[in-house]
Structure formats: structure tokens, C-alpha cells
Unconditional design. Structure first.
Length: 157
């Protein structure tokens, strides 16, 4: 049995702080504007790389970093964008991970391949590969988040 006096309170405070920060992050990221604008990031990112527009690339990277906390906590979460973010939070909190060969995580494996095709094609300025790879990213990410939304039951009406 652990003596309560011997428990390192700084450890408890750090875990508590981390939990509060994670909760704050997910609540704000569940704003449909946050989730929705993230779908625009990938095509703009690939365009910036393909066209060698370095300022645009820097702006996209900066927006990607601040996006999850840029928007406030939503008043309502009864919309698809909020539901898939909340489903992702639930999925990860259950320790299910995102990359393996079981369904639905295999969709992220295919998504990674699509991302590689898109990135390499954009760097090499191959328009078909860039467009096909980028489309694959969007399709497989959308498929994955919808699959986990259904599996977690988030948003069931």
C-alpha cells in the first residue's frame, strides 16, 4: 500500500495538467471550423510545394500548427466535423492507435502511401501524381474518420 504522504505531488500535478491541456485541445479542435479547415490544408500544402511558393508553404505550416486551438470551443457538436474529431479523441483514448493492418487503421496506412506519392510528385512537379496522391489523402482520411465515428458511436442519433 502506498503512503499518501510519499506520493510525489508534482507528478500528480503534471498528469493533471496534461489531462486538462489535452481536454482543452480536443474541445477547441472539435469546433467545426477547426476540423473543416484542416481538410483544405493538404491541397494547399501540396500546391505550395508543387509551385515552390515558400511563403504560402510557411503560412500553411503555421496555420496547421495553430489550427487546433485557433477556434473556440463550439456551442454545439451535432455536426459531422465535430463528431469525427470527438470520435478520434475517443478512439485514441481507448488506445486503439492509428496505423496497423486491421480495419479501419489500414486506411491510414494507405493514406500514408498516398501522402508519399503526393509529396514526391509535388517535389518532382508531376501534376498527375500530385493530384492523385492528394485526392487519396483526402479520401482515405475521410473514410478513416467516418469509420471510427461509426465504431465509437459518436454522434449516433
Amino acid at each position: 500500500m502506498t503512503d499518501p504522504a510519499s506520493v510525489d505531488s508534482s507528478n500528480v500535478d503534471q498528469r493533471s495538467l496534461r489531462a486538462r491541456l489535452e481536454n482543452w485541445f480536443w474541445r477547441r479542435h472539435s469546433n467545426p471550423w477547426s476540423a473543416g479547415t484542416r481538410f483544405v490544408i493538404t491541397p494547399v500544402l501540396m500546391y505550395a510545394i508543387y509551385r515552390r511558393k515558400w511563403r504560402l508553404l510557411a503560412a500553411v505550416v503555421a496555420f496547421t500548427v495553430v489550427n487546433p486551438v485557433l477556434f473556440g470551443e463550439p456551442k454545439r457538436t451535432d455536426n459531422w466535423f465535430s463528431e469525427v474529431v470527438l470520435a478520434e479523441e475517443a478512439w485514441l483514448s481507448e488506445g486503439k492507435g492509428t496505423m496497423d493492418f486491421g480495419y479501419p487503421n489500414v486506411l491510414n496506412v494507405v493514406n500514408a502511401v498516398s501522402g508519399t506519392v503526393a509529396l514526391v510528385s509535388a517535389i518532382r512537379r508531376k501534376p498527375v501524381g500530385t493530384v492523385v496522391g492528394t485526392a487519396g489523402i483526402l479520401v482515405f482520411k475521410t473514410w478513416w474518420v467516418e469509420a471510427i465515428r461509426r465504431r465509437t458511436g459518436v454522434g449516433e442519433r
